[in-house]
Ligand binder design. Structure first.
Ligand code: AKB
Length: 315
């Protein structure tokens, strides 16, 4: 079957790289990039791009009607740190954007839908180490609350209406191509930029704050592997735990020092993102992803650090 793929929220940190990879696989014209913001390339001479506000259901319906997608990726969201600055908008965007897409996917018989969840679904009473797929979940950010509710809706649409919706709980994603979008894990990207520009970085998370992270190449590969897996192998219809590598700011700084020996790391005091980080797991158990669709990360801390620095130096 000829795939036609719509990516909503295509200009963000994940969308930028996902669209490029999907276009390599399926061809430029079969992947429609959609965002509320103008991209930084010339849209007249580019592969398909559409301005779309995911909260405007009629506008999203227009896209389903025009392209009749076989797959839809919904990436538009407010992340953990920006979500706390505007909780009502975060809830509205993260929840109603999802419900609009789930309803339209049913109406237009879209074969597969992808929606990202996050480690933010876990909370202060979730186990901290090797946090399992099924455990106590008491998120205390609006982002985490909306992601947990969204996961329940995904499973509901799958079980009640047979919609093939798939999802992954992303850890902090580390990438050099596009800027991160206002998350608690963003320090792990800023640190690389500042290490190269200034030789120093002031971290908004404290020493000892260990969080689950992943290199973007792994995240994109894993996402497409999940979407390509046979439907009967997908046993989790809420969202899959997904692990890469866990580290603290000082461990990351020590790795950067192997390339930039004089690099120094200091810490900001009382940043509100510290509270968010404290409520999240230190590491994730992704047994279900490994068992169901063969997930295995390729980038450890050393490999991702080398690749980040090499690419940022060139860009
Ligand atoms: C954030 O920090 O909000 C995101 C996430 C872990 O979902 N990067």
């Amino acid at each position: 079957m000829q795939e036609k793929i719509v990516v909503l929220g295509s200009n963000g940190q994940i969308g930028t790289e996902l669209v490029t990879t999907l276009r390599k696989i399926y061809g430029d014209d079969n992947v429609v990039a959609c965002d509320i913001r103008r991209p930084d390339y010339d849209i007249k001479n580019s592969a398909p791009f559409e301005f779309v506000n995911v909260l405007d259901k009629e506008m999203v319906k227009g896209i389903f009607h025009k392209y009749r997608p076989t797959q839809v990726y919904l990436l538009a969201a407010l992340l953990s740190a920006t979500g706390e600055q505007n909780p009502k908008l975060a809830w509205d965007l993260n929840m109603n954007g999802l419900l609009n897409v789930l309803d339209l996917a049913l109406e237009y018989k879209t074969a597969k839908v992808y929606w990202p969840s996050s480690i933010a679904v876990f909370g202060p009473n979730s186990p901290k180490d090797h946090t399992s797929q099924y455990c106590v979940m008491d998120p205390n950010t609006v982002y985490g609350i909306s992601k947990l509710a969204g996961e329940r809706w995904c499973e509901y649409y799958n079980q009640k209406y047979g919609l093939d919706v798939r999802s992954i709980r992303y850890p902090g994603l580390i990438s050099w191509k596009a800027a991160p979008g206002g998350g608690t894990t963003d320090y792990a990207i800023h640190i690389f930029h500042d290490a190269l520009k200034k030789g120093s970085y002031q971290s908004f998370l404290n020493a000892g704050t260990e969080l689950p992270m992943m290199y973007m190449d792994d995240a994109i590969r894993g996402t497409i592997e999940l979407m390509d897996a046979p439907a009967d192998q997908i046993s989790v219809r809420s969202s899959y735990n997904f692990a890469g590598v866990s580290f603290t700011p000082e461990v990351l700084a020590a790795e950067i020092r192997k390339h930039i020996p004089d690099f120094t790391l200091t810490y900001t005091e009382n940043d509100p993102r510290q509270q968010i980080a404290n409520s999240w797991p230190r590491s994730i158990d992704d047994t279900y992803a490994a068992k169901d669709w063969g997930w295995k990360p390729e980038f450890d801390l050393s490999k991702l650090t080398t690749d980040m620095l090499k690419n940022l130096k060139k860009s």
